[in-house]
Design a binder for this molecule. Structure first.
Ligand SMILES: [Zn+2]
Length: 502
């Protein structure tokens, strides 16, 4: 943590109390909020819990909670298609429905009550203090420039709800929200307003930086044609000498990034925007905003707002190889630093509680020791998905979709998809075994590449310059990267196998 920044907390007592006390508070909320009794009304949980002989009123501790079956996004989609929305909701007072993007299947619809929105605001307020730090914090005297990506990448309503939260918390300040695909005009308007804060997805922010460099020479020439001032002449000359970066146009004081892991983009963003980037981790089903502090050593997970667990990778692999096997989760507050696994969460939401919800996000526990910032809430790093969804940053597709495309190629041998980085951009390398040596390997390679490029997500990602050009490599044999249960891995994230992870 930098010496010149004094920590400042939204709630010093709850943010800095010993971890064991926080866990006691969360276990207390399990009872006080009657979350399990309420959740048992929902068709999402009711039948499976009844079949498992669960008596909701008996779930009064984490030890009892552990006996409940897991739920995941697939269960939620299924319940939403099978039952009326009112049979899913657990509260009479819904205020807002939000949905996931549905990039990889039908959208999931999540209800929020007034109480949920109030809780969300509290973690949002914590985040404002977490990211701004002490002396730099000037609530409300600034404008925020929010850059969202359209569906099918990620849908985003947070700019609007964030601005309403600002009203309710009586924090003054303006928001300029714009869609990435309409960036050019809106961007130049937003820059004239000189916002201090910037919120975006990391890949979109970097694409914007590339766009600024491409557009700047023409824009500077246009300004010079309008007014032949010395300043405008110098601006044109400057674009000839070096690439213009966003930092040359607008001095953002504070940048927040969400939607995909910030890590691979961090140095590039720092350079392009001239400011230290902060990370936010949140997802539609979950209530609350989590983020990293000025120490940038993982995202603080608010233990008084949820009971987090982690399913170790070894357990997930055993489940993959042995249908019906129920993997065992570890409470996050007892896991060892460096433990990797799937993030499972129980929260105390009103309209739609998550109970042992498997997020399919692979996380790593950074530490459960108190942080340099003074907060005692454990810190995690979000890596990528654990399920059949391939992550190329915001660009996501199902491994089954790829399998389907490749299956039209007669005689295709085994294949494996490697996810690497080219600078900061995600790059997919499809390794394919040559199945018929009589074929012209160049022709064969081109055929495989065309099938891969025909995936909608890949096309959109390339059109919007969010990913690097995918590549096909014909190999004699696929490298034997197998799961513990012996299955050949279809997707290998290069960052996972390098020392130090991502
Ligand atoms: Zn911290």
């Amino acid at each position: 943590m930098r010496g010149d920044v004094q920590p400042l907390y939204a709630d010093p007592q709850l943010e800095c109390m010993p971890l064991a006390d926080l866990v006691r508070i969360a276990e207390g909320k399990l009872v006080e909020s009657s979350v399990i009794v309420r959740a048992a009304r929902s068709s999402l949980y009711r039948e499976r819990w009844t079949a498992a002989g669960v008596i909701p009123a008996d779930i009064t501790s984490y030890a009892a909670l552990r006996k409940l079956p897991y739920t995941n996004g697939r269960d939620l989609r299924q319940a939403e298609s099978q039952y009326a929305p009112e049979e899913i909701v657990c509260s009479e007072h819904v205020r807002l429905w939000i949905s996931t993007s549905g990039t990889t299947g039908a959208s999931k619809w999540i209800p929020r009550s007034d109480r949920d929105l109030a809780d969300n605001r509290q973690t949002g307020k914590r985040y404002v203090y977490l990211a701004h730090g002490g002396s730099r914090f000037r609530p409300g005297q600034e404008a925020t420039f929010g850059l969202a990506a359209p569906a099918p990448f990620v849908t985003d309503s947070s700019a609007v709800t964030g601005s309403i939260d600002g009203m309710l918390l009586e924090i003054p300040g303006e928001t300029i929200a714009l869609n990435y695909t309409e960036a050019q005009d809106a961007l130049f308007f937003a820059l004239r307003r000189r916002p201090s804060n910037f919120a975006a997805f990391p890949s979109v922010a970097m694409r914007m930086a590339e766009g600024v460099a491409e557009l700047a020479p023409a824009a500077a020439r246009e300004r010079l044609a309008e007014s032949r001032s010395l300043q405008n002449l110098l601006a044109v000359l400057m674009t000839k000498v070096r690439k213009v970066r966003p930092r040359d146009l607008v001095p953002f004081r504070h940048c927040v990034f969400a939607g995909e892991p910030l890590d691979p983009y961090r140095p590039a963003i720092r350079q392009a925007y001239g400011v230290e980037p902060f990370e936010v981790y949140s997802f539609s089903e979950f209530l609350g905003v989590m983020g990293d502090c000025a120490a940038h050593d993982g995202v603080h997970l608010w233990i008084d707002y949820c009971l987090p667990e982690i399913i170790p990778q070894s357990e997930i692999e055993q489940e993959e190889g042995q249908p019906g096997y129920i993997p065992q989760a570890i409470p996050l507050w007892e896991a060892e630093a460096g433990q990797r696994g799937e993030f499972v969460v129980t929260n105390f939401a009103d309209a739609f509680p998550l109970v042992r919800y498997r997020t399919a996000d692979l996380i790593e526990l950074v530490s459960r020791q108190p942080c340099a910032c003074g907060r005692t809430h454990p810190r995690i790093r979000v890596l990528h998905r654990t399920d059949d969804i391939v992550n190329l940053g915001l660009v996501r597709f199902s491994i089954f979709e790829l399998q389907k495309r490749l299956s039209v190629l007669p005689g295709l041998g085994r294949w494996q998809l490697w996810i690497e980085r080219q600078d900061y951009k995600p790059k997919a390398i499809l390794k394919v075994e040559e199945s018929d040596p009589r074929q012209d390997s160049q022709v064969w390679k081109e055929k495989v590449l065309q099938e891969f490029l025909s995936l909608d997500a890949i096309k959109l990602g390339l059109d919007n310059h969010l990913i690097a050009e995918p590549e096909v490599q014909i190999v004699a044999t696929i490298e034997e990267r197998r799961t513990q249960s012996g299955k050949l891995r279809k997707v290998v994230y290069a960052a996972d196998i390098r020392p130090g992870g991502s």
